[in-house]
Design a protein around this ligand. Sequence first.
Ligand SMILES: Cc1cc2nc3c(=O)[nH]c(=O)nc-3n(C[C@H](O)[C@H](O)[C@H](O)COP(=O)(O)OP(=O)(O)OC[C@H]3O[C@@H](n4cnc5c(N)ncnc54)[C@H](O)[C@@H]3O)c2cc1C
Length: 344
Amino acid sequence: MRSCDVLIVGGGPAGSAAAWKLRREGVDVLVLDRERFPRLKLCAGWITPEVVRDLDMDLAAYPHRLLTFPRLRVHLGRLHVPVPCVQYSIRRFEFDAWLLERSGAPLEQHNVRHVAADAEGFVIDGAFRCRWLIGAGGTRCPVYRTLFRELNPRASELQIVTLEHEIQYDWQDSDCHLWFFDHGLPGYSWYVPKEQGWLNVGVGGIADRMKRGGQDIRQHWAHLTAMLEGGLAPGARYDPSGYSYYLRGRVDVVRRDNAFITGDAAGLATRDLGEGIGPAIRSGLRAAQAIVAGEPYRLEDVTGASVGSIARSMLGRATRASVFSGRRQTPGGGPVHGLRHRDQ
Ligand SMILES: Cc1cc2nc3c(=O)[nH]c(=O)nc-3n(C[C@H](O)[C@H](O)[C@H](O)COP(=O)(O)OP(=O)(O)OC[C@H]3O[C@@H](n4cnc5c(N)ncnc54)[C@H](O)[C@@H]3O)c2cc1C
């Protein structure tokens, strides 16, 4: 049986942020993930200045696609509002693999099925033993299912369903667009360009409300793609996939003895925009901090709303990173992203 001090189930943003912090403190960590990295993760890939700051990211040195938005374009019925702020997009396929590798933690490809607690800690599938256990396996995390679900049942009214596709596409508009409540959608749809000719489009809404209103997410997808065809993304071809996760509700118990849940496993995506990468990273860091410093594991500074971050970014007060100019240099010297922002 393989032993380690801390075992992390899931190598997404929550797991790799925890692993990164623990490794920096010299802790013996092992990450288990059922997928081989880089792996596909359905996600628009919008990240905030807080994410950049929490990860201590040097944007100029980030080796993959990263686009800076100088504004979001918010559409609400006939209202079309440009919101000046600094936000970013990455491709999850690249970002998650980079984060995990940067953590320096060993990774084993393993689909966790069985979690058992005993006097010395935890045994996973009869093959791994650890003293501390971090559940970072996303919505269907087996650590959540085994140790936390009964204490922390998820509220069905907070379940989000999505359809999305990320494609290679030579976009012309480099702003991020968000359409709220279009055609009665209890949520929003998005157009998120990525650096160097990638585009993510999708729709997300509250499952329960859609069901009660007799709505089908595929109808909303059809509305979105028809609108894009006539405007922002003519000629784009899609093959969308769906995924569901939970907005933040009451999260009463996130630690049991030496077991923790983080990120989507704890249901931490923001209530207003379903932003989950930032909360996953912050909670992973807090769980690691609790282990290395013997502190309580608290989620007080894991935000439950995204508007605050956007507002701070609008006011130019967000972080060191948000002041970043939106350009970074290629090894050859030229700016490689934000290139097509019309005002640059
Ligand atoms: C369509 C869509 C768009 C989104 N857009 C955004 C966005 O633009 N910005 C944003 O901030 N958030 C967005 N989110 C939310 C965001 O993707 C999640 O909140 C975030 O990925 C949570 O990170 P995590 O590390 O908790 O979980 P995950 O990223 O889901 O990682 C969990 C990992 O655990 C592994 N795993 C799962 N089960 C097991 C098992 N049994 N054994 C071993 N490994 C396992 C998985 O393979 C995975 O690698 C979006 C979500 C969706 C569905």
